[in-house]
Design a protein around this ligand. Structure first.
Ligand code: ATP
Ligand code: MG
Length: 395
């Protein structure tokens, strides 16, 4: 036996000629997450009907749907024959197992796509309200802000559902090309990755590890963060780049106040190499304007000039509070605030430049001769891989 889930897609339904592509990807993404359990997904006008093996744990289906961009909401639904008798019988069966309780208010919402059905929407609603009253006699009707809603859709068949779960919305991961996310252990970059996944972009991630200045716990933390955002991104690879020698070289040979800036320039160049080797055409970072010295307009403009790839900063206009709110919602916050320092912090100058002059800093960067460090770092890169439910798999 299968369980039926009715899935609402939001922005996809506004797509014109490409809509099929978006829907197909959304269905694939959901099916991929439910595997190895069997699922079939049909679609009808802005809705997907997912028939999922009842062997699939409900929590797994819930996580799969909540973390799939493109899904606006879902409800466990029940299909029945298109007759008023059958609809009422089904309603009487499902109401006791739903979130409905016998105090407060309810409404009935009817969508009658099949105009041949003998009763109109209003008449169907009245019949169903009588059924509700039979099971929960104390409930009162409130059309505007009910505590509970029973929905009935009359299409090829009749569908009933009660509890709708709100999900992410956005567009299916994999419909907007590939990017490379610079993932540190902080609060911001996981949120940045999640936001781009929600717009359909799939990212792999790069972490610059400066062992022993940054500990293996710091690396474990970044791996956990990658596993937490992998579901939104429909799976993710994490490239761990050993960058200790490059960092030490910058510290010992550059201008102290420019150390962070030089490291960021080297990060961009390294990320660009890894991105290009893996078909990514954009670099994503968790920077927000003026959050720290290296995130001023001048500093970001300098780091941008170190790569010809598009640099996307989805958080650039966001306040820290808003970013923290999102991090909590997607479940990365608790991991991000674990204490292990990231390498930027370890090598941070006391008085960093905030208004670098691009040409001057570029010259200083060139004088450092980072090419060999970058080459070695790329050669020593380790890859970890996470599947679409965030489980680590062989890379
Ligand atoms: P986050 O909270 O994401 O760490 P932050 O506010 O601490 O950001 P920075 O440490 O200056 O800011 O880093 C800015 C951005 O640069 C990060 O959001 C991330 O995209 C990238 N970044 C910083 N450190 C690393 C690292 N060790 N490996 C990969 N990317 C990094
Ligand atoms: Mg950081």
């Amino acid at each position: 036996m299968d369980r039926l889930y009715l899935i609402k897609e939001g922005e996809i339904s506004l797509k014109g000629g490409n809509r099929n592509l978006f829907e197909k990807r959304l269905r694939q993404n959901i099916k991929d997450k439910i595997r190895p359990y069997h699922s079939e997904i049909d679609r009808q006008k802005g809705r997907l009907y997912a028939y999922i093996s009842e062997e699939a744990p409900e929590e797994l289906v819930d996580k799969a749907l909540r973390t799939t961009p493109g899904v606006v909401g879902y409800a466990r639904a029940y299909r029945t024959e298109k007759s008023m008798d059958a609809i009422i019988r089904t309603a009487l069966e499902i109401l006791p197992t739903s979130s409905f309780r016998d105090s407060g208010t309810f409404r009935i919402t009817v969508k009658r796509e099949d105009k041949g059905f003998p009763l109109n929407s209003h008449q169907i609603a009245i019949e169903l309200a009588k059924a509700v009253a039979e099971v929960f006699p104390k409930l009162e009707v409130d059309l505007d802000s009910p505590d509970y809603t029973l929905c009935c859709e009359i299409r090829g068949e009749a569908y009933l559902y009660t509890d709708q779960i709100r999900c992410e919305g956005g567009l299916p991961a994999g419909t907007a090309g590939r990017g490379m996310l610079l993932l540190s252990g902080g609060i911001d970059s996981p949120v940045a990755g999640y936001m781009m996944a929600k717009r359909g972009m799939r990212c792999d991630a790069i972490y610059f590890h400066a062992y022993p200045y940054t500990s293996n716990e710091a690396l474990e933390k970044v791996k956990t963060l990658a596993s937490l955002i992998a579901p939104y991104n429909q799976g993710m690879r994490l490239f761990v780049v050993p960058f200790t020698e490059g960092q030490v070289h910058i510290r010992d040979n550059g201008y102290e106040e420019e150390a962070t800036l030089m490291f960021r320039a080297a990060m961009m160049q390294t990320a660009q190499l890894i991105a290009k080797a893996n078909d990514a055409i954009a670099i994503v970072t968790g920077e927000a304007l003026s959050q720290v010295a290296s995130q001023t307009l001048d500093a970001m403009s300098f780091t941008d000039s170190m790569t010809d790839l598009l640099v996307i900063r989805p958080l650039v206009g966001m306040d820290k509070e808003d970013i923290i709110g999102k991090a909590k919602r997607i479940g990365t916050y608790d991991t991000s605030i674990l204490p292990y320092e990231d390498c930027c912090v370890v090598f941070s100058p006391k008085h960093p430049v905030t208004r670098p002059v691009k040409e001057v800093s570029r010259r200083h960067y060139e004088e450092l001769g980072m090419e060999s460090f970058i080459e070695e770092a790329v050669a020593g890169t380790q890859v970890f891989s996470f599947d679409s439910m965030g489980r680590e798999i062989d890379a």
